[in-house]
Design a binder for this molecule. Sequence first.
Ligand code: HEM
Length: 136
Amino acid sequence: MSYELLTALSIITIGLSGLLIVSGLVLIKKGKKSWHKKAMLSASFLALLFLIFYGIKYFSYPPKPYDGPFKGFYLFVLISHSILAAVNLPLAVVTVFLGVTGKYERHKKIAPVTAVVWIYVAITGWLIYAFLSIGR
Ligand code: HEM
């Protein structure tokens, strides 16, 4: 797969995954539990696809450097994104597990943290893409 195709697939899957998390939050606030479950499981599936595309890209191509004018901000976004993306994986697994096994009290405690981290990772994923598209 070409670098451009992998980048497009990564950015589409992480973006849609973030949008589905936001939709899932709106749905649970409206009490639509079954639709909440569908949205969150779809978000998780897309995040898994993202990981696969990201993994292929990581092992097939060298990382692209950023040489634009906002290097400090770019590095802050890149580092916080990478750390939180790694943190998001176990958080997501536990949150989904507690949801599908019906442990809702514990699910409700950890889920808001997972949602915020997930959305941050999705938005900064797009930001990094924007930085690399514009600032080279
Ligand atoms: C990473 C994915 C998920 C996130 C971020 C998430 C997020 C949330 C949040 C923030 C709440 C609390 C809403 C509130 O208190 O107003 C909640 C509640 C709930 N979630 Fe999830 N959720 C996820 C996956 C799932 C899955 C896979 C299920 C499967 C059944 C599920 C079932 C529920 C149910 C039934 C509630 C309501 C619990 C109650 O009111 O007693 N969630 N979720």
